[in-house]
Design a protein around this ligand. Sequence first.
Ligand code: CO
Length: 209
Amino acid sequence: MTKIEKIFANNKEWVAGKLNKDPSYFDNLSKGQTPEFLYIGCSDSRVTAEDLMGVQPGEVFIHRNIANMVISIDLNAMSVLNYAVRHLKVNHIIVCGHYECGGVKAAMQSKDLGLLNPWLRNIRDVYRLHKDELKSITDEGKRYNRLIELNVQEQCVNLIKTAAVQQANKERGLQVHGWVFDIHTGKLIDLKINFPEILESIMEIYKLD
Ligand code: CO
């Protein structure tokens, strides 16, 4: 069996398993979605969103890219965000980073990475914003972990800068959460992003609602 054939065999087994538990499983699934969460995570193959959160199809709207970035001119991310917030009416948005993130590691190196340069530049900007704190960490591994956490925090701030998030927060109390998946232990860590405080602190120039 080839690797591709194996995937189709797995799928057949998955369908049978679902139907065995609930014969109308796919009929119900096809009726629509009302997810409560939007998850923005890294494309890394080891960070499998649904698995690590223990959620089922229909529960989480998902967007993944290199290093879980939220960039205001990224039409893809902004389309996902607007659809999730304004149409699906999710009540929670999660930015989930992860330790050992290759995207963040690449951004920490001073070298030309071609097409990835403009993407990673956004992470290099996070480094610049928090340079004093990061440079005070002498252990390179700890500095790397901290940049991963600060990158999540800055992407949460980027979410809060959008009109969709500000309006939904006002209308129905939508919240933004920053998490890190600890790939060494499998645990999810809540960075306890202070949503109201960030909202308040950036309102002077970013207020759009
Ligand atoms: Co990553």
